[in-house]
Design a protein around this ligand. Sequence first.
Ligand SMILES: NC(=O)c1ccc[n+]([C@@H]2O[C@H](COP(=O)([O-])OP(=O)(O)OC[C@H]3O[C@@H](n4cnc5c(N)ncnc54)[C@H](OP(=O)(O)O)[C@@H]3O)[C@@H](O)[C@H]2O)c1
Length: 292
Amino acid sequence: MIVVTTPTGQIGSQVVANLLAANEPVRVIARDPDRLAAEVRAKVEVVQGSSDDESVLMRALEGAECLFLVVPPSFATNDVGEYYLRFTRPVCRAIESKRVKRVVTVSGVGRRIAVNAGPVTASFAKDVEIERTGVDLRALWCPGFMENLLRQVDALNHQAAFFAPILPDLRAPLVATRDIAASGAKLLLDRSWTGQGGVAVLGPEDLSCNDMARILTDVLGKPIRFHSVPGDEYKTQLIRFGATEAFAQGLMDMYAAKDSGLDNAEPRTPENTTPTTFRQWCEEILKPAFLS
Ligand SMILES: NC(=O)c1ccc[n+]([C@@H]2O[C@H](COP(=O)([O-])OP(=O)(O)OC[C@H]3O[C@@H](n4cnc5c(N)ncnc54)[C@H](OP(=O)(O)O)[C@@H]3O)[C@@H](O)[C@H]2O)c1
């Protein structure tokens, strides 16, 4: 039995689909089971509740062999580090109590770099906490998701631009969540690995934001430019859209670390290079959202 958290999320939903396609028994933790697709709900066991609730985790992990763990992102936290640990500590107690064998979890890139990178650093603290339990662990070391651009569909439509507080010509990996889910499912289905470590999931190529603008221009059929925003301006915007000061500052710290090469910290290899190109993702996912 494999237990999956955030089964309605970008990565979790695709992990569930991959596991069901392999005929694997799956149990999910869902706050609202009605948000699961009907065909998924028919095939999985559901434990209803939040994945930071120890009693929910204890029930979900009863008799389970593996756990796929995603800490859901939150704009509303007043302490990014503590927020990740709030989800991690009960998981650790439950995997110890229920003798779970393997955990696969989503993290950022740059574990070996000592820098404050906001939510990325918080995800590493999560991994350290899980490692202390002694469970076999693989952290998926992910750079920025292509899906982050879906939040800027309005800007692409109305301003023919997208925005971030990033150097425009810095090339870095970016990855589609389908590749992360495929890597996660592969690890969950593979019973041969042991020990603890990370598996980078780097997408097929390194691109700068200006490279992305050129591809967007081709795919969307209109000139798109990238606008590198000063950090303070970006932070003010985030807070205006409902983020807490702590969350907004965490993202600023993360972007500053990315400008210093955080996402380039893992050398690219054939094993950590994954297939979905930004152009393919734009054609299949972004363009339909842009047109609708
Ligand atoms: N974005 C990036 O560039 C990036 C890069 C590296 C790593 N990451 C990491 O990736 C993770 C996010 O993955 P994702 O994009 O797949 O997430 P996502 O799509 O935002 O999914 C989050 C899901 O979590 C569920 N959820 C929210 N609060 C919950 C709670 N209290 N208990 C249980 N479920 C809850 C929500 O489902 P319901 O509303 O249905 O409950 C939602 O579907 C984060 O840990 C982030 O640090 C992100």
